[in-house]
Design a protein around this ligand. Structure first.
Ligand code: SAM
Length: 250
């Protein structure tokens, strides 16, 4: 059985972070219009948006371009190194590892790319959700996506998927070893300056949330939230759900 322990290094080391930056911005691009609509109430008052798991800044760019003040955070130093030059006009881009690092008080929390699903187990996922809800000021907006128990239902055993660019390739072997766990064994190839290819391997373990527990937990912390199939008009894959809500105004 796979032990439920955090990996010794953060996910997304240098090569996978770069491949993600070059080839995987499409999810943030698709979610951005819906998230920007949800954030409209806080824009006139220049509310602070806290982004969790910003990666290399794919969503951050949309938020900042729309005039939001954004503190963008991630647990991967390699991702943050890419995000800083990509979104130099963010309020701050900083290392923040869920669920234990303190969160700044804010007027909105946003996150795309199932960031909280990277936590090692459901207890950590629920701790991160609670910390997030507590960080929100009255009238705050909450919008993040999560993997639920349906994710991977339609993936055949030992399925392998890949994407390739001119100077990078990513191949992922997928498996669903338990009802609440999805695993990607990811191999990355990056073309180096001398034309040779460098390989790296990462194992990504995702916890699949029982969403029937999520809304009552958020309600305990003053958040009126719902589980939705999208943030706006985009189509999310089966089992990737948007949790969208507001804190009660003071
Ligand atoms: C699939 S990527 C999504 C990145 C970005 N939001 C996007 O859409 O391009 C997941 C991100 O979650 C971050 N992450 C994983 N575990 C985390 C944790 N415990 N705390 C904060 N960020 C974490 C990873 O470093 C990675 O950048």
């Amino acid at each position: 059985m796979t032990p439920e322990v955090a990996p010794s290094q953060p996910y997304y080391r240098r090569d996978l972070a770069l491949a993600h930056h070059l080839g995987y911005g499409f999810h943030a691009d698709a979610c951005a219009p819906g998230i920007l609509r949800l954030l409209e109430p806080i824009r006139p008052r220049r509310g602070l948006v806290l982004e969790l798991g910003c990666g290399s800044g794919a969503l951050t760019r949309h938020l900042v371009d729309a005039g939001h003040r954004v503190v963008a955070t991630d647990a991967s130093p390699a991702m943050l190194e890419l995000a800083r030059p990509a979104v130099p006009d963010a309020e701050e881009i900083r290392l923040l590892t869920l669920p234990d690092d303190p969160l700044p008080e804010c007027d909105a929390v946003v996150s795309v790319g199932h960031v909280l699903s990277y936590l090692p187990d459901e207890a950590s996922l629920e701790a991160a959700l609670a910390a997030t809800a507590k960080a929100l000021r009255p009238g705050g907006v909450f919008a993040l996506d999560l993997l639920d128990r349906r994710y991977g239902d339609d993936v055949p055993p030992d399925e392998t998927r890949g994407r390739v660019g001119d100077d990078w390739a990513v191949i992922a072997r997928l498996s669903r070893p338990a009802e609440n766990r999805f695993v990607r064994e990811i191999t990355t190839f990056i073309r180096t300056e001398d034309g040779s290819w460098r390989r790296d391997d990462e194992r990504h373990e995702n916890v699949l949330a029982d969403t029937s527990r999520v809304l009552p937990l958020l309600a305990l912390h003053g958040l009126d939230a719902r589980v939705s199939n999208s943030f706006g008009d985009e189509d999310l894959p089966r089992g990737l759900v948007a949790i969208v809500g507001r804190t009660l105004a003071a």
